[in-house]
Design a binder for this molecule. Sequence first.
Ligand code: UDP
Length: 164
Amino acid sequence: QAEQEIQVVFPPEQTLALIKPDTVEEHKDEILKAIQDAGFSILHMMAVCLSQADIEKLYRKLQDKPFFNQLVDFMCSGPCMALILSKFRAVHEWRAMMGPTDPCQARETAAESLRVHFGKDILHNAVHGSSSSERANEEIHLVFGDVCREENQASLLHEASATA
Ligand code: UDP
């Protein structure tokens, strides 16, 4: 009798990824390809100009840091590409792919990463990723809240009209 194969299915996790304003135009396609090659599913993707209030919420833990105003100005300086990524351990996997915060320091080691490859300095470091699963849920809601709500409403309307 053939041995029964046991399949373990790991539940996927979601995280928020942003391609930062100064990197979108030049390197968006390469970064999207790297994301797909690494096995992430892209659940949603949109170009978005984040408001100052959204950026301040996104980085609220850093509001006492000396670079906070510079960070807010930079993130408001143009559109970001926002993505909801899904994969097993997506938060960890995406941060590993991004690499350390400071690309210049990271270049001193041999480790390859998106920030080493595309980042210019510690502020202009190409990409953002949520730091935990809870933060990912909050950040996805912050950036995609209205879009997801509209989609949910559209699908509810669709269901309602289908059952009417
Ligand atoms: N940042 C900066 N100077 C610093 C540390 C951070 O300009 O000394 C910027 C940088 O763009 C970074 C963002 O602030 O990505 C958020 O910082 P955090 O410590 O959360 O790092 P991350 O999670 O992005 O690696």
